[in-house]
Design a protein. Structure first.
Length: 167
């Protein structure tokens, strides 16, 4: 996806315009023009920080993935509560290296966010070549199993959902 020099992010401009109108609680022509102007200026100022979002191949799979993540967050909250409220000497925290197939920056950000949102795991470091993700797990008796689960539950579906490059 290429960006226009004069309109680097049309969706951001529209979003900021709508946000301006909502904050001012008006649909007046003057506020509409001011919102468009502010949206355009802000998107111009932020264009160096914007990353491109790959196209979604399968919206249905995206919805299914979203529901899976929500379910995993609820389940993980219950598991972490049980672990934290139980005997702490039984915890087996570990840093786990997960080899990455995803190369797209946006999709990597989605994956690391999902891992950090799920209680019990936190994305710690992504290697400079983006080939290995280091995650910290509160309880990981079998680190290899956790790495395989991350790849199966999160990475594989993201590769199916988004049109992004793989090695």
């Amino acid at each position: 996806m290429t960006r226009s020099r004069w309109l680097p992010s049309p969706s951001l401009t529209v979003f900021l315009t709508l946000l301006w109108l909502l904050l001012n609680n008006t649909l007046s022509f003057g506020h509409l023009l001011l919102g468009v102007f502010l949206g355009w200026v802000i998107s111009m100022l932020c264009r160096e920080f914007l990353i491109s979002v790959p196209d979604v191949r399968s919206p249905l799979k995206l919805i299914k993935f979203f529901l899976r993540v929500l379910g995993d967050i609820v389940t993980a909250n219950l598991q972490v509560a049980r672990l934290v409220l139980g005997p702490t000497h039984k915890l087996r925290p570990a840093f786990v290296e997960v080899p990455m197939e995803i190369e797209d920056e946006f999709v990597l950000a989605v994956l690391t966010s999902v891992l950090s949102l799920t209680p019990g795991t936190v994305s710690a470091v992504l290697s400079p070549d983006h080939k290995t993700l280091l995650i910290h797990a509160l309880d990981a008796p079998e680190p290899e199993k956790l790495a395989a689960e991350v790849k199966m539950r999160y990475e594989a579906p993201l590769l199916e959902i988004f049109q992004c490059s793989t090695p």
